[in-house]
Ligand binder design. Structure first.
Ligand SMILES: *Cc1c(COP(=O)(O)O)cnc(C)c1O
Length: 352
């Protein structure tokens, strides 16, 4: 269970609009505070950055290359750019963040590598979908498929099982495609499956992972992990050119030390996932309200009439409806069950 954070009277009562509404978790905050004592070399040449990179290597049971950037759009875009030439293409789900929520950054940072969109169900791509796009055209006029990207957990709050992941990986390798994972909510997927980070990635053919810190309890920051050293070549220059090389790098890396060494990364995700299941169970049976997709991780997507949703908004609740056409509620490391109960109660009233 998370420690409740005392809030200032002017602060918004807890909302479940997104998992990035949450504050910084105590473990991340404590190591930032520690890193703030005195001076340290800049641009990643400090002990915190080394310790954080080593903590990732230990957690993933491999000597991966680790980079720290400010946000997920940059992590994804730069990682994909490192896997592609400008004439290549990237196979992604139609619901993926890279396609729908990054303002063309993957295409921009790769100098034009095209995203090829595959139909997805509940946010998941299929091996057949990958095969279809990878074999659609072989001629010189078509952008040559080079990479597959999947999101784990998905934008629709579902999680690829290890078997599904393996099948995606096999389909990718069969066509000579690299595999990238958008892990903005990687921890939630690990928590859901009880799988090790290694099983979730390189042991199942993932070449590059963007590991989300922001939604897991950091102030800001994502880690990019390369499991194949060759693919990481010059990635530091790519980060610098994109304005993603932090000069005071220790403030991006130190919070990871607290998160990884204490195990908070997984505890935070487990708590968030538990809150989502709790909410999904509590709203089960409310007339006119139903789940749009399985609440595998920390999101719950609800289908309800516009009238019900408007009433909920009038009661002050914030939520997004632009993702998959359903109302999304997201839970984080600090979500409070009592506040979820208030949301459930309001939803019941609004549905009457
Ligand atoms: C939040 C999120 C990101 C990162 O978004 P930024 O706002 O750029 O940090 C990437 N992928 C997914 C699936 C996300 O939900």
């Amino acid at each position: 269970m998370s420690t409740a954070v005392s809030t200032h009277p002017d602060v918004l009562p807890q909302q479940f609009g997104s998992d990035n509404y949450a504050g910084i978790c105590p473990e991340a905050w404590a190591s930032m505070d520690e890193a703030n004592r005195g001076c340290a070399p800049a641009y990643g040449d400090d002990v915190w950055t080394e310790r954080a990179a080593n903590a990732f290597r230990e957690l993933f049971e491999t000597g991966c290359d680790v980079f720290f950037v400010f946000n997920g759009t940059a992590a994804n875009s730069l990682a994909l750019a490192s896997l592609c030439q400008s004439y290549h293409s990237v196979i992604c789900a139609d619901a993926s963040h890279v396609e729908t929520d990054e303002c063309g950054a993957p295409e921009f940072f790769s100098n034009g590598s095209k995203l090829l969109v595959s139909h997805s169900v509940d946010g998941k791509m299929t091996p057949a979908g990958i095969h279809e796009l990878a074999t659609k055209r072989q001629d010189i006029h078509y952008p040559k498929p080079r990479v597959v990207t999947i999101t784990q957990s998905t934008e629709m709050g579902t999680v690829y099982s290890l078997d599904e992941l393996q099948a995606i990986s096999e389909a990718s390798k069969r066509h000579g495609l690299s595999l990238h994972m958008d892990g903005a909510r990687f921890a939630n997927a690990c928590a859901r499956l009880g799988a090790s980070p290694a099983q979730m990635t390189w042991k199942n053919g993932v070449d590059v992972l963007c590991f989300g810190g922001t939604k897991n309890g950091l102030a800001v920051g994502e880690a990019v992990l390369f499991f194949d050293h060759k693919l990481a070549a010059d990635f530091d220059y790519r980060c610098k050119q994109a304005g993603q090389l932090a000069s005071k790098m220790r403030y991006l890396s130190a919070p990871w030390v607290g998160m990884l060494e204490s195990g908070a990364w997984l505890r935070n995700a487990e708590h968030a996932n538990r809150c989502a299941s709790y909410f999904a169970q509590k709203i089960d049976g409310i007339p006119g309200v139903r789940l749009a997709s399985a609440a595998d991780a920390n999101a719950v997507f609800i289908l309800a009439s516009e009238q019900i949703l408007n009433r909920l908004r009038e009661r002050g609740w914030r939520f997004y409806t632009f993702i998959g056409g359903a109302a999304r509620f997201m839970f984080a490391w600090d979500s409070e069950l009592s506040r979820i109960d208030e949301l459930v109660s309001d939803l019941k009233t609004c549905a009457e």
